[in-house]
Every structure is written in structure tokens, then in C-alpha cells.
Design a protein around this ligand. Sequence first.
Ligand SMILES: *Cc1c(COP(=O)(O)O)cnc(C)c1O
Length: 417
Amino acid sequence: MVEGMSLEPAQNEVVFDPAKVRADFPILSRRIGKNPLVYLDNGASSQKPAVVIEAIDRYYREQHANIHRGVHRLSEAATVAYEKAREQVAAFLNAREARECIFTRNATEAINLVAATWGMSRLRKGGEIVLSAMEHHANIVPWQMVADRTGSVIRVVPVTPEGELDMAAFRALLSERTQLVAMAHVSNALGTINPAKEIVAAAHRVGAKVLLDGAQSTAHFPVDVQELDTDFFVFSSHKVCGPTGMGVLYGKADLLSAMPPYQFGGDMIREVDFAGTTFRDIPERFEAGTPHIAGAIGLGVALNYVSALQPEAHRHEQLLLAYATEQLKTVPGLRIVGTAPEKVPVISFLIDGVHPLDIGTLLDSDGIAVRTGHHCTMPLMKALGISGTVRASFAFYNTLEEADLLVASLKRAQAMF
Ligand SMILES: *Cc1c(COP(=O)(O)O)cnc(C)c1O
């Protein structure tokens, strides 16, 4: 449960109807062999509503031209649509200004951008980067690369056996040497919601900057970057019902403006001369070359779509989480990995004596899509003493009946072993 969001419907509030929402997603009505698709791999990527698919289709059919450079009508229309998408992203994150939102390819590139620019120019020899043991590889490896080059040091906050961040250990790691805290807002492997506001406040007290990896949080509850006071925030479009190939870096304007550019070329320059080149201000400074115009437009539509479903969607997801957790516990030998009190509906589990991959394969034969393996969190798996899990990750368009289908299929699979 997210602070400030009640599980009780407010007066006059419409009750969330997943059947109605499901009709918006063409793919959800397809079958896998003889079974209806039960899509529980939303942590890896979510499905797309027709409004997003149609907006991208319409853009290519009716509006496409390159942005920023044309005087002709199509180019102007494309530029307006692209910049409107930026406004939609800013509204979604409650950023102060649209120029604080930079379009990237995905969350991974957004983190790499900060590592290559802010990281390479600000990190000192002996300065410390604080990560957690539950980070996605995308929020580990870029920091290892800059730590290598700058002589800075990575410190890791441990995770409790329940899958929560060890906040006491986190506070103890902070010091005047800490330059950056880079942390998942929500764990993709365990579903844990980390206390982001507390993390940011504690980091700021020692003068460190904070990057929150919002690749999972953005899909499940509203995010307010001003309220969190985070310096950087990243997410991927494809996990929030938007197209692939699109991501966002939010950064406070003063920080972004003081950072060197990331990539170089067209669109990001003010003036080019062989004697020297000057660069544009944010956001163009960080968007070299022709961007993914259709991707931005699709993302804007997706964000409007998911925002309009709140807060009912969040409440439905919490119901799904509680129900699926209880039902999964009735499967003999099943153990849930990650039992933090504050979670999104991502449920990792193991079944005694059965390899996760075999479970995933058997579920697939019933049309149920889950993910198995280390979920790009090898250090977390190592810390928990396991090699991987089966992960069922729900979205607001999933139903209690689908949770029942998962459990029934697992019981059949379990009986086979
Ligand atoms: C998926 C994910 C990423 C990486 O997202 P990409 O879209 O692959 O760049 C990073 N962090 C977390 C927590 C994720 O779940």
C-alpha cells in the first residue's frame, strides 16, 4: 500500500472493473494454443491499450515528419506532438518543468546517461556510490564502470530475509564521502516498495544526490518527484503500457543544466564550428539526433491512460496481491520470496524440489506467462542464497480468476513432480 492511498473506495467512487479495462487491450483476448492468455509477466513488460497502438498508427499515417527543423506543416505538427508528450511526462511525474524530462531509449539508457555525464564529471576518487543489494543490473553495472574510471567506491545496502531494505544499515553507510545514492523505488524481483522519501531525505542530509530507479513503481502507483525531492528519476515506457524503445530521465533543472552532454551530433548543438561547438540548453542538450517521435507520442497517451485509472487501479492491484498471495500459499511446498509489508503485485516464489524453469514451462503450456530466473538481479539472488525464482507479476488488468488459474496450474504441476 502506498501512503495516502486508501484501500476503501471513497464515496461516489466507481468500483474498478477489470473486465472493462481488459477490453482496451487487444492482446488480452488472444489464446495461447487452446487456452486464454493469462499474462503475468508485467514486471518484464506490460501490454498496450488500443489508444496507444492507434496513436502511433495515426502518427505514421497522418503526421510524420522530422521535428524541430522544418518550416512545413507536418514538421510543425510533429514537433508540437513530441513536445506535448514531454508535457504529459512532466504531468505524470509532477515535475516542475517539462524541460526536466529527457527522452531516452529506456530506463537503462537514462541511468547510463547520468553515469556518463554527472558521474564522470562529479564523482571523486574515494567518493562513494551507495546502491542496494536488490538493484536491477541496469542500476549496478553503469556505476561499476564509472567507479572504475573515477576511483570512486560502491557501497551496498543489504536486504533483510523478508526482502526489505535494511534501513539501519543504509543510514550507517551514509557519510560525507557519499556522493550518490542510486536505488530502486520498487524491486522488480520481490515487489518491495522502498521508502523512497526517507531514502532521499537521509541522502540529502549528508549532501549526496539521489537517483531513483522507477522502472517498476511507475506501473503501479502515482509518482511525485517534487514530493520525493529526488534529484534524478528514471523509468521505461514499455512497463507503463507505452511503446518499447522509449524511456525517461527526470532531473532537477539546475543539475541537468550543469551536466556535460551525453551524445553529440544534430539537434543538441547551438553552433558548430571547427574552431569549437556550443551546446543547447536542456532538454535538447541530451537528445542528440532524431528521437523516437512516435515512441514519445505513444508514451504520452499511455501515461494519460494509466493515470486516469487511478486510484481505483492501485486498489484493485492491492486486492490482487493479497488474494494471489493467500491462494499461492495453498500450493504444497510453495515458498514466497519477498514478504515485505509494502509491495506491488509482484510475487516471486519457489516450489520445493522443482526447478523454476520447469514450473515456467508447465505454466506456459496452460497459457500462463510468468518469468523465471534471476530477473536481472544476480547479486540479490546470491544474497538470498537462491539461483532464481518464478515471478508472477500482475497488472491492473489482471483478475482474481487469473490468480485462480495460476494456482490451479501450479497444483497440477506440483502433483507431477
Ligand atoms: C526493467 C527494469 C530496468 C531496466 O529497464 P529497461 O527497460 O530494460 O531499460 C531497470 N530497473 C528495474 C527495477 C527494472 O525493473
